[in-house]
Design a protein around this ligand. Structure first.
Ligand code: THU
Length: 132
């Protein structure tokens, strides 16, 4: 799967974002180790804390479909600079893909790449629960 393909998928999801409060649409395309792609957009709510980020919507769709192993996520916004995932999304993603490649792309094509391992050092993981 190319980044261009994933960017197109993320942008298609971003077009459906429900973000009347922030006016900040986000799209995400999560790729599995078998090349399947699950998309998400942010879904806000009049009760603000009930809103959900695009990355976790994509992750939930993937998990609900039985996918478990992920290699890459592409995130698109309308911002002028590429935007990394928020801390809660980093934590949600590390549960399944500690070495996930994260790619953020702007409408102009500005691109940034990170490893989740770099964005979330010393993560709390399922293994952490075994140390109690
Ligand atoms: N948002 C995401 O969808 N992903 C992120 O990683 C950061 C923020 C959404 C949440 C909210 O709907 C809007 O962007 C503004 O914070």
């Amino acid at each position: 799967m190319t980044i261009a393909h994933l960017r197109t998928a993320a942008d298609a999801a971003r077009a459906h974002a429900w973000c009347p409060y922030s006016q900040y649409p986000v799209g995400a395309a999560l790729e599995t180790d078998t090349g399947r792609v699950y998309v998400g957009c942010n879904v806000e709510n009049a009760s603000y804390p009930a809103g959900t980020c695009a990355e976790r919507v994509a992750l939930g769709a993937a998990i609900a479909d039985g996918a478990r192993r992920f290699v890459r996520i592409v995130i698109t916004t309308a911002a002028s600079a590429p935007t990394p995932p928020c801390g809660i999304c980093r934590q949600a993603l590390v549960e399944f893909a500690p070495a996930l490649e994260i790619v953020a792309v702007t409408p102009e094509g500005r691109t940034a790449r990170w490893s989740l391992a770099d964005l979330l050092p010393a993560p709390f993981t399922p293994a952490s629960l075994e140390n109690a």
